[in-house]
Design a protein around this ligand. Structure first.
Ligand SMILES: Cc1cc2nc3c(=O)[nH]c(=O)nc-3n(C[C@H](O)[C@H](O)[C@H](O)COP(=O)(O)OP(=O)(O)OC[C@H]3O[C@@H](n4cnc5c(N)ncnc54)[C@H](O)[C@@H]3O)c2cc1C
Length: 348
């Protein structure tokens, strides 16, 4: 069986790995538009392996996180680090009350320990209604970038943007070059999920350019703080003793309803972030709430795709089929098994 995968991001590699394991005779070929694999949102993100604490407004997403967490740990444990002081703070003026937050977490039997709110960490301790320590982990995206490719039996063709899919005949086209025929094509491009799908099957999507600050901070390497639920901030361990700083208000830099507008801005994304002073805005927002010193190492600017139907905390995973094409869209890394299970079912 010959399978072509569009997009050599984390999802593309994960799906290739599951297919190669299940079908020993399979031949996987991946096509990546950038000059290197694993450079998109799958490896430039908040590095949070969710368990559900981030989603008090969606029971579905909590359930999805619980289901994904253990499978992720058993498959990708080598790329995970423990966060022994992983704190979630519930703001008194947030979108959920302390009672609601606790009721939801308790209903899913999520494990947490209540902590005292310290003025050493929080600038305004009175604004925090609840502080809990949780056992979520951090994904070492640098180690994923360095090592995941070595497990692949198939090939990755970089610098090859796929601009046309012939789902009936299993063909991919990049400019004037044609690849295939493939028995199956899997679209794991994240930002282009409608490539090759007929309009009736199109995902309703919108996009964001999102900015994170990767920094050395005064927080311990194995500590994290997430202030929620609403327009607040997060400081989460990434790798090498660094944290990502993010702000619900300033991390989303630009929003798009049209993929062409995103594609036009994407090559200039770092310049846009610099021109708009995003690093300062995110750091200032963090400093309004937390007593954390930081020293920026780099900015991460990536594209995020959202289903238009995703409201509040919902993060739905969907796989749509047309002829030999299977297109996947998913808003969270731990849900990668939900996507690959659906694809394996279709290929049976
Ligand atoms: C700022 C931010 C923070 C996030 N934080 C978290 C988090 O902490 N935890 C979590 O679970 N999730 C998080 N996410 C969500 C998560 O990153 C995504 O849900 C998902 O992992 C991305 O999938 P991917 O790895 O396939 O994407 P990508 O890494 O973007 O991979 C897709 C690849 O396809 C390529 N491509 C696109 N179009 C084409 C084409 N036409 N031809 C060829 N190649 C193409 C791209 O260049 C890219 O390499 C975050 C997302 C963002 C943006």
């Amino acid at each position: 069986m010959r399978v072509g995968i569009i997009g050599a991001g984390f999802f593309g590699f994960h799906i290739a790995r599951q297919l190669e394991r299940r079908h020993p005779d399979i031949q996987v070929e991946m096509f990546e538009k950038e000059s290197a694999p694993l450079v998109g949102a799958g490896t430039n993100n908040q590095c949070r392996l969710h368990m559900g604490f981030h989603y008090p407004r969606s029971g579905y997403t909590i359930y999805q996180s619980i289901m994904g967490f253990d499978r992720f740990v058993s498959e990708y444990g080598e790329f995970l680090t423990d966060v022994s002081d992983n704190l979630y703070a519930v703001h008194n003026e947030g979108l959920v009350s302390v009672d609601q937050y606790l009721a939801v977490m308790d209903s899913f039997h999520l494990p947490y320990e209540t902590q005292p709110v310290s003025s050493d960490l929080f600038r305004n301790p009175d604004e925090i209604g609840l502080l809990v320590r949780v056992p979520e982990k951090s994904i070492d995206v640098r180690s994923i970038r360095q090592n995941l490719g070595s497990c692949l039996r198939g090939s990755v063709r970089v610098g090859t943007p796929i601009d046309e899919v012939d789902a009936e005949n299993g063909l991919l086209r990049s400019g004037t070059t044609e690849f295939g025929p493939f028995d199956y094509i899997i679209n794991a491009s994240y930002t282009n999920p409608n490539l090759g799908l007929p309009p009736a099957l199109h995902f309703g999507v919108k996009w964001e350019l999102a900015v994170l600050v990767l920094a050395r901070t005064s927080l311990a390497n194995d500590a994290a703080v997430t202030l929620m639920d609403g327009e607040y901030v997060s400081v989460y361990p990434a790798y090498g003793g660094m944290h990502t700083l993010s702000s619900v208000r300033h991390t989303p830099m630009r929003r798009y309803d049209d993929a062409m507008d995103l594609a036009a801005d994407y090559p200039n994304r770092f310049q846009l972030a610099q021109d708009e002073g995003r690093e300062r805005a995110i750091a200032d927002d963090v400093a309004r709430h937390l007593r954390i010193e930081y020293d920026t190492e780099e900015l991460w600017v990536t594209a995020k795709t959202k289903l238009s139907t995703d409201m509040g905390d919902s993060r739905v995973t969907e796989v749509r089929r047309h002829g030999r094409l299977l297109s996947v869209l998913c808003g969270k890394i731990d849900a990668v098994f939900e996507a690959s299970d659906a694809i394996l079912r279709e290929l049976r």
